[in-house]
Write a protein that binds this ligand. Sequence first.
Ligand code: 5GP
Length: 193
Amino acid sequence: MSRGLLIVLSGPSGVGKGTVCNALRGKINNLVYSVSATTRIPRLGEEDEVNYFFKTRDQFENMIENEQLLEYAEYVGNYYGTPRDFVEKTLQSGKDIILEIEVQGALKVKEKFPEGVFIFLLPPSLDELEDRIKGRGTENQATIDHRLAVALDEIDLVEHYHYAVVNDQIDEACKRIESIMIAEHCKVRSSGN
Ligand code: 5GP
């Protein structure tokens, strides 16, 4: 049985990665979603083990020490990381898995899985991105400013990705990602390529 595809979806805070992932859930059957661990406090409506595994810093640092994470990064004052076992088992079972993670972590995954498919989600414009971060209404001004500054640095790293998808309309962005997956499944992967 062939291994599944490892898909990494990154993009600046507020670009709509979560919304796009949720929309993809309804459209693509065999796609598994990796649930990350974080030390961030849950936002209203977020559930432990569904949106994230919410951890204390001590618990997270234990996971790092025990090599339970495929990658991790510190982002705007909190740790975020991908549980390793789940990703490896899913790929071995032949299913595709999508990781919705920020760029530092994505680059670490690329070192370990160069055969992965790396997709960067872009906002239609920077003004739109700022409006989306503010519109979420869950962060204070200092955090919004910090997230925007980080977002500008993140966008510079788009060249490390295989695909850039503009999230102008959710449905359109989803169609582009579905098309990328179809193409990647058709790709000839031989040692000579
Ligand atoms: P948020 O706090 O908005 O849920 O996430 C902040 C950032 O952390 C987002 O860019 C999100 O994609 C990223 N993130 C979520 N999970 C992980 C993870 O497991 N590893 C890394 N490196 N980044 C993550």
